[in-house]
Design a protein around this ligand. Structure first.
Ligand code: FES
Ligand SMILES: [Fe+2]
Length: 348
């Protein structure tokens, strides 16, 4: 394996999405005991459901008989039955029954990959193992999520763009006062600034030098062995009702190389009665504004060519963009090296 090949593999891994990660895949309410939920993660088709005990299950969305999508099927006693010829598979990917054929040898065979799956804060997370991290590490969530003083809503959206664009966008606070200039809260502050980047305990913080607390002025990324997320804050005018600043927590899930599912928790520190009035106000009025802002991001990122990176000319504001790319590349390098090492050992 030449150095060039390794570099290509690393670049490919970054583009497709890191393995060895927990990724949010959908809202908890979308996975039911009554019917399967099919989706894609890192280019793989997967299917989720809840078994008889309500436990989340996730396996490849591929019938071991002839490859029909299991997500077109039905749930029978906690297992999934293929719509095509009725083969039943359990949550471990083992064929439980072949109804069309008595005493079929396929029964009892482990035929499919199954994935670790969990849920927290209204979202379902799936773990994609890597060679260097086959077992799922702890899924670390932002600390405000365990804090009763904070309340929030989860919103998700599918963007037809590589997930790296979503991360780059989040690592780029400077776009706020341009792309979102017309919006409710993002029109404030100056349109010229420098950026600075600081290391934090678990990642980094990218922020505007000249202003803070005026607009989308900073983002922090936290990177753990099993997941990665970012958060930012948007100051709110009094018209936004009771409570403190508005915190947005973001995860970007690579569905495949050209599609990203973004997960944003919109959190506010509000307690007691104020909490109820904020929730009401949010649903009644502000949610629409936030969707409008997200749509501006979506349209912009979807309009950029897949290979924009090859021609871009970064400047000082792109410190955060460079850093997040470095984080991804380093992690991908470790994964590819572990895979190459495993292949060498296997070949010996
Ligand atoms: S393809 Fe699924 S049962 Fe035949
Ligand atoms: Fe934005």
């Amino acid at each position: 394996m030449t150095a060039i090949d390794k570099k290509t593999l690393i670049e490919k891994r970054v583009n497709e999405g890191l393995r060895g990660q927990w990724y949010p895949i959908c809202k908890s309410v979308e996975v039911k005991t009554s019917r399967p939920y099919g989706t894609r993660l890192l280019g793989e088709k997967i299917v989720l459901w809840r078994d008889g005990a309500g436990k989340l299950r996730c396996i490849e969305d591929f019938c071991p008989h002839r490859g029909a999508p299991l997500s077109y099927g039905e749930i029978h006693e906690g297992n999934i039955g293929c719509r095509y010829h009725g083969v039943v598979v359990d949550g471990d990917g083992v064929v439980v029954r072949v109804p069309a054929m008595p005493e079929c040898a396929l029964e009892g065979r482990k035929a499919l990959t199954s994935y670790a799956v969990t849920e927290t804060n209204d979202a379902v997370f799936v773990y994609i193992p890597s060679v260097d991290q086959p077992e799922p590490p702890e899924l670390v969530m932002p600390d405000v999520m365990d804090d009763d003083a904070w309340a929030g809503f989860l919103c998700t959206s599918v963007w037809e763009a590589n997930y790296r664009y979503a991360l780059d966008n989040l690592a780029d606070p400077m776009h706020g006062c341009y792309l979102h200039a017309e919006s409710f809260t993002l029109a404030f502050g100056s349109k010229q600034d420098l950026m600075k980047l600081d290391k934090t305990e678990h990642g980094f913080r990218i922020e505007r030098v000249g202003q803070t607390g005026a607009n989308f002025d900073w983002t922090e990324f936290e990177v753990y062995p099993g997941d990665m997320f970012c958060f930012l804050e948007i100051p709110y005018p009094a018209a936004a009702g009771p409570g403190g600043v508005f915190r947005i927590i973001g995860f970007a899930t690579p569905m495949d190389e050209h599609t990203t599912k973004v997960f944003f928790w919109r959190m506010r520190q509000v307690e007691g009665l104020a909490r109820e009035s904020w929730r009401f106000l949010y649903r009644a009025k502000m949610e629409k504004t936030h969707w409008d802002v997200l749509e501006q991001d979506r349209v912009m990122l979807e309009g950029m060519p897949d290979d924009a990176r090859k021609r871009e000319m970064l400047y000082q504001h792109d410190l955060g963009v460079s850093r997040i790319r470095q984080v991804l590349t380093r992690a991908a390098k470790a994964q590819i090296e572990a895979e190459l090492k495993q292949q060498t050992v296997a070949a010996e």
